[in-house]
Write a protein that binds this ligand. Structure first.
Ligand SMILES: [Zn+2]
Length: 509
């Protein structure tokens, strides 16, 4: 008898699809899907790892065991590249309510022999008809399998991609309360660059997102932007018909479209509610959006998705047309913020033949065909003060007047942040001042942030009423100054904030 027994089997998980004809999840249509690309380990009786492998595209694995040894197979909710692979990745689903431990499922401890050589593992949903009454083993495997789809699509573009490692933190306790992440009070599914993690809702009868692949891949889109491209988003709450800070509109519109592109499904769906029977949908390919413009996430996602499906020369839709543009050096190192203008500019530069396509999509969303600064934009979004998007700030102490307001909402809505462009020719120390103009309010609080290629170099955020000063030494180059009235930033400010400021800059020495 051979001394080695080859154990093999298939990894599957229960996938609960969206209902075709109604809102919510359809548990009656639950289907076993292959657990692809997963880390599969062979454990001894003391749970020590003896050997490991990665499951195939069909969820198949095989591992060698010593005959008659007591062993069990464990599969983790973790996608791991082979160490000799040119592309590298490590994505895992962890439990933020349990010290971020990795989710796994394990088979029985059995002696390795011919009779036990086939060992299949299925992660079950835990649904029993009206509620989750059993452990929700499938949830982390559903999450990681959505990520597998994304990885696979991007590897087809670049087979040497280096994905920075990322945790996807899910728990059945992750709920819509806003509080302690370790208690599951995550408020919403979100990506955090600082925490290097995506948090995903899982609270039954409240909001679960483990089967909402658009939601998972939307958040993964934020990770892709942040780690493999560039995002200048300031985050915050947002909706399709908001007039947003254009950096936020870009990031959210991109991520909505990105999930739809990866899934080849333009209907973004997010289920929630009692028995997961409610549904929120966005048609990301919609053209006649209520709010159209450079400040609209609906416009941005419509442009991305419709550009993606516009390519009739190829047999398959190709994410490369989008992904290679956001990976360009001139995109990542842009002096202007990342916006739909920058994307369009870099797309035209990468492939001039698509210029008519992107230009017509821009026009369809009331967005000008112009440079990465949006210099020729004429759609103000309702207030002339919003244009030009970047006001040139001369470096000779000449005042430029800008106005900050919360009249479209606080923090990340259009009109809160004002942008000025500084073209520095001679290196030196520069001082920038802001002073309220016109009828002076008694409580305006201007704050300023100086950026180079999207990175904050210096901030001036004193609580001084009506004025602010920022000093920084600058090398030749293009810099962006953001000015806000802190009253317009704050969610807790009662009433209308509207204040205008004279901004001046000059070289000190
Ligand atoms: Zn988002």
């Amino acid at each position: 008898m051979p001394a080695i027994i080859t154990l093999s089997g298939n990894i599957t998980y229960d996938f609960v699809p969206h209902a075709a004809e109604q809102d919510g999840l359809d548990y009656t249509a639950t289907v076993a899907r292959p657990g692809r690309g997963l880390l599969v380990e062979l454990l001894d009786a003391n749970n020590q790892v003896l050997t490991s492998t990665i499951s195939s595209q069909t969820g198949a694995y095989s591992l060698n065991a010593t005959r008659d040894k007591l062993v069990r197979v464990r599969v983790k909710a973790q996608l791991l590249s082979e160490s000799d692979n040119s592309a590298q990745w490590d994505f895992k689903v962890t439990d933020n309510t349990s010290n971020n431990s990795v989710y796994a499922m394990a088979g029985s401890l059995l002696a390795a022999n011919e009779a036990t050589a086939v060992r299949d593992l299925n992660a079950s949903s835990g649904w029993s008809g009206a509620a989750y009454t059993q452990p929700r083993v499938a949830a982390p495997f559903a999450i990681i399998d959505a990520i597998f789809t994304g990885v696979e699509r991007l590897l087809a573009v670049d087979d040497a991609l280096q994905f920075p490692s990322l945790e996807l933190r899910w728990s059945e306790d992750n709920n819509t309360a806003d509080g302690d992440l370790a208690l599951g009070e995550i408020a919403t599914s979100f990506y955090s660059s600082d925490l290097n993690a995506i948090y995903i809702l899982g609270s039954e009868n409240d909001d679960t997102d483990e089967y909402d692949r658009h939601v998972i891949l939307h958040e993964w889109g934020h990770y892709i932007e942040a780690k493999l491209s560039r995002s200048d988003s300031i985050g915050g709450s947002h909706q399709s018909d908001d007039k947003l800070d254009f950096r936020v509109a870009m990031s959210e519109g991109f991520s909505n479209a990105f999930s739809a592109m990866l899934l080849d499904d333009p209907v973004y769906r997010d289920t929630s509610g009692v028995q997961q029977s409610d549904d929120f949908r966005i048609a990301v390919n919609r053209i006649d959006n209520t709010v159209r413009g450079w400040y609209s996430e609906a416009s941005v996602q419509s442009i991305f998705y419709n550009f993606y499906v516009s390519d009739t020369n190829k047999t398959a839709r190709d994410i490369a047309d989008v992904f290679t543009v956001i990976r360009r050096d001139n995109y990542i190192n842009s002096d202007a913020f990342v916006s739909i203008y920058l994307f369009a500019e870099q797309l035209r530069a990468a492939d001039p033949t698509v210029t008519p396509t992107i230009n017509s999509l821009l026009i369809g969303q009331n967005i000008a065909i112009t440079d990465r600064f949006g210099a020729d934009e004429s759609n103000s979004g309702g207030a002339a003060a919003h244009l030009p998007i970047y006001k040139t700030l001369p470096l000779n102490n000449t005042a430029v007047n800008v106005c900050s307001t919360n009249n479209q909402g606080a923090y990340n809505k259009l009109g809160v942040s004002q942008f000025l462009l500084l073209n520095v020719v001679s290196a030196g120390n520069y001082r920038i001042t802001a002073a309220e103009s016109g009828t002076v309010s008694s409580d305006s609080d201007p704050n300023m942030y100086l950026y180079f290629r999207g990175e904050i170099l210096q901030e001036a955020t004193s609580a001084m009423v009506g004025s602010e000063t920022l000093t920084h030494s600058l090398l030749p180059g293009a810099y962006v100054l953001e000015l806000v009235d802190d009253r317009a930033v704050r969610d807790d400010f009662n009433g209308n904030a509207y204040a205008c400021f004279d901004v001046r800059a000059f070289q000190l020495n």
